[in-house]
Design a protein around this ligand. Structure first.
Ligand code: FES
Ligand code: FES
Length: 223
């Protein structure tokens, strides 16, 4: 219950014809009565009290830097994070050695440059807290292939020249990998739909989708 301000209480008191002191005394008495009624209801086990959630153990409060273990590209990696540290920041700025494949561009969950696979599904690493990722499987573009053995999607992006400045590329490669792993037969429409959370400012979309289709064909051959 919000208490009226001094001017408001004077105004209310003058309207109803009671003194300001009596008005405040009555307001205070009503608040105390409400507290007593609430306490009595709880003690009696009223239906309202019984419906209330049972208090469990207090959630763990984490503050300052804390060390956590994340499963990244199939390996357990220790990293020191604060509760506010995003996943992309943990990967790029706090991990040793860093994983800089996911790019920080918009930092607002709109461009897809920071995309990682989270339990196989594309996710914006700028919009996730690192501390919430314990127990999840995180895959970055670095975990998809190696320079000596590129993944089918990575190889197709090179072959089809599907990049210009490259800022969006790791996000697209990761997203397309997620789409094709789930469905190597994905149609052009399904690939476009799967990539709708990624944005290429250089406008290489035709090459990107061409590469995705080529990668799907390659993955079907391999499976
Ligand atoms: S940087 Fe994460 S969506 Fe743009
Ligand atoms: S290649 Fe430059 S943003 Fe996509």
């Amino acid at each position: 219950m919000s208490m009226p301000s001094g001017d408001e209480s004077k105004r209310v008191a003058s309207v109803v014809g009671v003194s300001r002191r009596n008005f405040l005394r009555n307001v205070g008495a009503a608040a105390v009565a409400a507290e007593l009624l609430d306490a009595a209801g709880t003690a009696r086990g009223s239906s309202q009290a019984m419906d209330a959630p049972v208090a469990g153990p207090s959630p763990e409060v984490v503050s300052g830097a804390t060390s956590i273990s994340l499963t990244i590209n199939g390996q357990a990696r220790s990293v020191s994070v604060e509760p506010r540290t995003t996943l992309v920041s943990a990967l790029r700025d706090r991990l040793e050695p860093a994983l800089t494949g996911p790019k920080l561009v918009c930092d607002a969950g709109t461009c897809g440059a920071c995309t990682v696979l989270l339990d196989g599904r594309a996710a914006y690493a700028c919009s996730l807290l690192a501390i919430d990722m314990v127990g999840r499987s995180i895959t970055t573009v670095e975990g998809l292939g190696t320079p000596d053995k590129l993944s089918p999607v990575q190889a197709a992006f090179c072959e089809k020249d599907a990049m210009m400045c490259g800022f969006c590329t790791s996000g697209f490669v990761t997203t397309v990998t997620g789409v094709l792993t789930k469905n190597p037969n994905a149609t052009p429409e399904q690939i476009r739909e799967g990539c709708k959370g990624n944005f290429c400012r250089c406008g290489t979309f035709p090459h990107i989708f061409e590469a995705a289709l080529a990668a799907g064909a390659e993955m079907r051959k391999e499976s």
